[in-house]
Design a protein around this ligand. Sequence first.
Ligand code: RAT
Ligand code: ZN
Length: 459
Amino acid sequence: MLSLESKKLRRLHYRSGFDYAELEMTNTISKSRLETIEVEVRQAVATTPVCDVHTHLYDPAFGPLLLWGIDALLVYHYVVAEAFRFLPLSCERFWALSKTEQANLIWEALFIEHSPVSEACRGVLTTLNALGLDANQRDLPAIRQWFAEWKVEDYLERCLELAGVSTLCMTNSPFDDVERGIWERGFTRHPAFTAALRIDPLLLQWNEAVPRLAQWSYAVTPELSPKTVDETRRFLADWTRRIQARYLMVSLPPGFNYPAQTECAQLMEKAVLPHCRDYGLPFALMLGVKRGVNPGLRLAGDGVGPCQLESLENLCAQNPSNKFLVTVLARENQHGLCVAARKFPNLHLFGCWWFTNIPTVIDEMTRMRLELLGTSFTVQHSDARVLDQIIYKWRHSRAIIADVLVEKYLALAQTGWEPSNDEIERDVKDLFGGTFAKFCSPVSSSIDLPAKGFDGQGF
Ligand code: RAT
Ligand code: ZN
């Protein structure tokens, strides 16, 4: 027999509507106050603007690099991977098609011939629905026609508004030829877009990075001599200043080790971490991606593996003056990561990344993080590659975050501790980017860093 308490907790856990009368019996808070708390939490989650701390979206000044519209939504690599569960043609033949032809095939396979129940497919429909389109007609040409009438500047504002997003952090790589040229020429920046310096090729393909750096007038050689390290730091400093980077970022495979004699670990230790200290910037690590498990699928061909959290613990322990922003890809790493964050004030967790950005896992991770870390983390990021995706990614996440938070605040109320509306709003702001901005700020309290960099504002 379940006790009243565990029945109540179960009901709370599955959140099929709360039995306020039962909760009311156990404490002094009235049913109407409990209902008010629920309304206040849902209201705060629905209306608090989000600082989206990691996306692959671009300032409109980057022209075609900012993807948007129905075809881009349909050929998003999360969707492509699912389409290949059904598509009868080879990867080569698929990639040889135009984007519109690819989108047509995906629409047929995932929306017409089967029901679009996966998270990525539902996301397309949530987006269309929020934009006021009737996808129920299953009329792809009509949907295309609707998008064709928008100008990107207006569409950007519409998406930001519908998603409740105030700022977006881009992923900016000097190793991308198109992007590099635009930064070098210069442009007027859109106020909603901040930048992050992405350095995967530098840390993971050093031998290929060397000739490129040399070509850009940095005197580097394959051997990590003091001169090469200095020149690599000059490269990082130039790009940090040029793009006004808010943080540096890399994604790493499950086998990443630190400390180690590998080029990756040595470059981190000698160039990246000193640079981050110098500029008061965090280093963001995305751990556990296996690139190119099926290379034929291109971006859709990456996989997941558990990472060694010991290496992260070593990084945090051995570099107490560095700040680390971390998200991990494997579900089985999430609990250990929360425990690591309890040990290191210089470690900040963010978002439910990629394969973990599905309702089942967002629910579990958000619950686990709140239970182990309180509100000292960033609850979600979108990782959007197509502008319109911010609408569904944030709508879907907000719904889950609201449910979990309602449960947590009602559990508090059960103890007799009533959260005020101001406290609820404060907490939601923190989870939606406030804590992130404080952590990134060069004057962040628990970490002693010189402040050569930027003001940490604007997330
Ligand atoms: O989530 C994604 O879109 C992945 O393709 C990756 O880009 C990942 O988010 C990353 O930043 O490496
Ligand atoms: Zn990403």
